[in-house]
Design a protein around this ligand. Structure first.
Ligand SMILES: NC(=O)c1ccc[n+]([C@@H]2O[C@H](COP(=O)([O-])OP(=O)(O)OC[C@H]3O[C@@H](n4cnc5c(N)ncnc54)[C@H](O)[C@@H]3O)[C@@H](O)[C@H]2O)c1
Length: 393
């Protein structure tokens, strides 16, 4: 293991004359926080042909040293040391509570940032990161990796080419067994945030008008299981046409006995099922089924008995074509493209903020209910369980 590097390096901390649009030269990259997620960022920067992994930062210097040794880069104790070494782009993968300080330090130095999801643990922190991003000459992207899942990329490509989705209701299930990771935050900030990002993207970044949420803490002090119903009311668009109502019903649990990550979107023009884990997607378009549905309608009108008709054989469905590209590789490539061209990333600070604000509304509503809960069950002396009365010891 090598020793931490605390000296200034090649870049000497001087900001280049122009940061936005770094062009095609090799980019100098760094990673802050090289735990479970950050070490993957380090690997990708080290392996891409047009990037150089300059260094990594971690509060745990043994961990930083191991990663630095693996990829032949320097390691530092602080973000400032990394910035002084001269970097163009940095991934921030410290626990969410540390995103604000690390991101603001990088953005003030005009260094482009890829911040792991969620952008921040609170709206207040997300706003201060957004403010720094608005003033910086570097770009900021939030690492909502599910957008780079092959199935989500396939859906986005389909949406751009042939299938503008007009959602009317969305059903989401993201459940998995407890891993005992990320227990410093609840299941909403840990897991549901992935789906909030996708659902809000489908709604054009519009925040829900109403939220009804309920959740239960079981293992941690936070909600470990939660259901949220998000409602967007009908509104007139710029041309005066009414944009119809949409409802999203999202369940997230980290207490399940199985793993499932499925989203079902029912739109005006299509039904879409996405299975992130299986990387499979099915689309049933209204246009592809017009003739059959017209025929069935006619038959029903005439009073025909259609009970022998097999619905599954009647419906024309399309499987989305997916590749097997690694999501984190695609995410980092998208980030680097934005840094090179100076383009605003699709998942920018505003998108990250909107996701955090929606998550916070869900958490606040869930928690407000807990104060009303009455202890009802008695357990052993000294055993403290939320909502359960402890017998006197
Ligand atoms: N995109 C995804 O699917 C996904 C999955 C899990 C976690 N995450 C996000 O990634 C981030 C990191 O999560 P993780 O699971 O990798 O955590 P982790 O605990 O495995 O790693 C975090 C690392 O940061 C280091 N660290 C902590 N505070 C620091 C500081 N102030 N300065 C420097 N280093 C510091 C720790 O020593 C540790 O090595 C979180 O924001 C989390 O929400 C994203």
């Amino acid at each position: 293991m090598s020793t931490p590097d605390t000296t200034s390096g090649a870049g000497g901390g001087k900001a280049p004359a122009r940061r936005r649009g770094l062009g095609s030269r090799p980019l100098r990259c760094g990673v802050v926080g090289v735990g479970r997620m950050g070490r993957h960022h380090a690997r990708v920067y080290a392996q891409l042909p047009d990037t150089e992994l300059v260094g990594v930062v971690d509060a745990n210097s043994d961990r930083a040293g191991d990663v630095a040794e693996q990829w032949g880069c320097r390691h530092f104790h602080t973000v400032e040391n990394l910035l002084n070494a001269g970097v163009d782009c940095v991934s921030i993968a410290v626990p969410t509570v540390g995103h604000r300080d690390a991101a603001i330090a990088c953005l003030k130095a005009d260094v482009s940032c890829l911040v792991e999801k969620p952008l921040a643990g609170s709206v207040e922190e997300a706003l201060s990161i957004k403010d720094a991003a608005d003033k910086s000459r570097g770009v900021l992207m939030v690492g909502h990796i599910e957008r780079f899942n092959p199935i989500m990329r396939a859906l986005q490509a389909e949406q751009k080419n042939n299938l503008p989705i007009i959602p009317r209701f969305i059903e989401v299930h993201r459940v998995s067994p407890m891993t005992f990771r990320s227990v410093d935050v609840g299941v909403v900030m840990d897991m549901m945030i992935h789906d909030l990002d996708v659902v809000l993207m489908l709604m054009g970044g519009r925040e829900p008008d109403e939220i009804h949420a309920s959740g239960v803490p079981v293992i941690t002090e936070h909600e470990d299981i939660c259901n949220a119903r998000l409602v967007w009311n009908s509104v007139p668009d710029e041309s005066g046409n009414v944009v119809g109502r949409c409802v999203a019903n999202i369940t997230a649990s980290r207490l399940a006995l199985k793993t499932e990550r499925v989203t079902r979107i029912t739109g005006e023009n299509a039904y879409i099922k996405i299975d992130y884990a299986a990387k499979k997607g099915t689309v049933i378009r209204r246009t592809a089924n017009l003739a059959q549905m017209q025929e069935v309608r006619e038959q029903l009108r005439k009073g025909a008995d259609l009970t022998d008709l097999k619905w599954q054989e009647l419906v024309t469905l399309q499987n989305l074509t997916v590749d097997d590209a690694e999501p984190i590789l695609m995410e980092i490539k998208a980030f680097l493209d934005c840094a090179r061209t100076g383009t605003q990333p699709e998942i920018d600070a505003r998108a990250g903020l909107v996701n955090v604000r929606t998550a916070q509304r869900i958490v606040e509503q869930t928690r407000s209910d807990w104060e009303l809960w009455k202890p009802t069950v008695h357990v052993a002396p000294g055993v403290a369980v939320r909502g359960v009365e402890t017998l006197p010891g």
